[in-house]
Design a protein around this ligand. Structure first.
Ligand SMILES: Nc1c(C(=O)O)ncn1[C@@H]1O[C@H](COP(=O)(O)O)[C@@H](O)[C@H]1O
Length: 165
């Protein structure tokens, strides 16, 4: 069994609609991963343990998504040197701008790579993790290039509806 290289964690099961887009990408690229709820606010002891054991377990990246007062990515980053990729989840009242600001405004010295709010951010966080792993994996690099090539092809083939008369 291959060891897990990317952890996907989220503050609540209600974040799954967003974070599933990261998991889909990791599945597509055949990256060994895990997905679980780990909340800095509601289960701080487990959050600390997750961060503290991440490097020893062989994780190369942690994708962490949360909404509102989204402290999870930053708190994980404070307890591990494994790169943390933060995904702001759209919140009910402030549409995720609160989540984005909570994740992106880290103090100097504890970086969190922060992505766009929502599904695109989740997918891009996973693609970024793939790119990190592809640096030392030639086969994965080829898969990533193929992904980009197909995406370019799909964009070139995009058709617009007829112009209104
Ligand atoms: N931001 C955090 C943290 C955290 O940062 O530790 N834990 C939960 N949450 C967020 O609370 C929102 C509402 O959660 P519920 O839907 O469970 O009430 C979620 O978007 C979650 O990420």
């Amino acid at each position: 069994m291959s060891s897990i290289s990317v952890g996907v964690v989220m503050g609540s099961s209600s974040d799954w609609d967003t974070l599933q887009h990261a998991v889909q990408i990791l599945q597509e690229f055949g990256i060994a991963h895990e997905a679980k709820v780990v909340s800095a606010h509601r289960m701080p002891d487990e959050m600390f343990a997750y961060a503290e054991t991440a490097a020893a377990r062989g994780l190369k990246a942690i994708i962490a998504g949360a909404g509102g007062a989204a402290h999870l990515p930053g708190m994980l980053a404070s307890k591990t040197t494994v790169p943390v990729l933060g995904v702001p989840v759209a919140s009910k009242h402030l549409q995720g701008v609160d989540s984005l600001h909570s994740i992106v405004q880290m103090p100097k010295g504890i970086p969190v790579a922060t992505f766009a709010i929502g599904a695109a951010g989740a997918a891009n966080a996973a693609l970024f993790a793939v790119a990190m792993l592809a640096g030392s994996d030639a086969a994965l690099q080829l898969k990533l290039q193929d992904f980009r090539r197909k995406q370019t092809e799909a964009a070139r083939n995009m058709q617009l509806p007829p112009a209104p008369q």
